[in-house]
Ligand binder design. Structure first.
Ligand code: SF4
Ligand code: SF4
Ligand code: SF4
Ligand code: FES
Length: 352
């Protein structure tokens, strides 16, 4: 890298790689520039104007998330002009919607709320937008566009990250809103309910419906775990309140899923506390199932496998392994099938 790849931010010089934006260099060096619309995995839209910085020689403030770093650039991230502009933008964003934090699911985990508080935004200057959208809900996702700041992160998450292309910008001017094709409800649209848009939303405009009123963010204990649905091994946080899983989110910044989850991982956790969940083995006796302990159940399985093998040969037996057990457990099943039972009749549910 040549010495011309140097940028000055807040009085210090830093090297940058070609293609890096001002924001990326600043964040890499631990310099805090606030953002609302920036989504790391997608190309910047410059929609929120919160990341504005002053660049020497530039006629106006620049959106650092979209401006490429350039040799000898002199950037200031917290001048009076920058702060004033961020405050104004926050004020306008607050006034453009109906932000009633008391019953909002994002309260305590809302980027707009955090920044408005940090910048001491006074909301009395502008009157609140009279536009109210009806809250749209289905069993998995609730949309409240009266809280939407049109940052576009949901659109990027759906189109660029998940490549589902189920939502986009609709209408014009003050009537602008995020829509599915034909502005239909999610349930009759191309949406596959992966919830990527919900996780990307920085405010309370998109929330997981099953989590509503299950606890404010500060009441939740976040437990890191691995999704149990398939062999991808997505990393997730269980948000636990009073011993009950209230929400699931993807762990951002690490593989294999980098924050993304599918519909099963994100929303399919109700089995955990289901009263009908099987907790003990069942054995069939005289045509009816009854509860048994593991020793009895395993003895019964061993007895019957031995009997079938003796009467009909090992090839009368077959095993199907599962995506819901670990690789090591799957390995043990095939080893058991081949060496203990003596057949190659082993397959996996992924091929069914
Ligand atoms: S989206 Fe944020 S600012 Fe708006 S009501 Fe919810 S918590 Fe408050
Ligand atoms: S749930 Fe997934 S598919 Fe549906 S709109 Fe959101 S990101 Fe797109
Ligand atoms: S719904 Fe959320 S993520 Fe989408 S544009 Fe509105 S505020 Fe941004
Ligand atoms: S974060 Fe840069 S414009 Fe929104």
């Amino acid at each position: 890298m040549s010495d011309s790849n140097l940028i000055q931010i807040d009085g210090k010089e830093y090297r940058f790689s070609p293609g890096e934006t001002i924001l990326q260099v600043a964040w890499r060096k631990g310099i805090r520039i606030p953002t609302l619309c920036y989504l790391k995995e997608a190309s910047p839209t410059g929609a929120c104007r919160i990341c504005l910085v002053e660049v020497e020689g530039a006629r106006s403030l620049m959106a650092s998330c979209a401006a490429p770093a350039a040799p000898n650039m002199v950037v200031r991230t917290h001048t009076e002009k920058v702060i004033k502009s961020r405050k104004l933008n926050l004020e306008l964003l607050l006034a453009s919607g109906h932000h009633y934090c008391v019953t909002c699911e994002a309260d305590g985990d809302c980027r707009l709320q955090e920044l408005a508080y940090e910048y001491g935004v006074d909301t009395v200057r502008f009157s609140e937008s009279p536009t109210r959208y009806p809250v749209e809900t289905n069993t998995l996702i609730t949309r409240d566009f009266s809280r939407c700041i049109m940052c576009g992160r949901c659109v990027q998450a759906c189109n660029d990250v998940q490549v589902n292309e189920a939502i986009s910008y609709g209408y014009r001017g003050v009537a602008s809103k995020i829509v599915t094709a034909g502005d239909r409800p999610y349930t009759t649209s191309d949406c596959v309910f992966c919830g990527e848009c919900v996780q990307a939303c920085p405010v309370g405009a998109l929330v997981p419906q099953p989590s509503r009123f299950k606890g404010k963010p500060w009441a939740m204990k976040k437990v890191r775990t691995t999704c149990s649905y398939c062999g991808v091994g997505c990393q997730m946080f269980l948000h636990v309140n009073k011993g009950q899983v209230a929400k699931v989110t993807g762990v951002e910044g690490i593989g294999p899923n980098y924050g993304s989850l599918c519909a099963k991982g994100r929303f399919g956790y109700d089995f955990i506390h289901d009263p009908e969940r099987l907790k003990t083995p069942l054995v069939r006796e005289n045509g009816a199932l009854r509860e048994a302990d593991w020793d009895e159940a395993l003895d019964r399985v061993a007895e019957n496998l031995n009997k079938i093998k003796k009467d009909a040969g090992p090839d009368a037996i077959g095993f199907l392994t599962s995506a819901r057990i670990t690789n090591e457990e799957n390995y043990v099943v095939q080893k058991f099938t081949r060496t203990v039972i003596g057949t190659n009749n082993v397959d996996h549910c992924a091929r069914l």
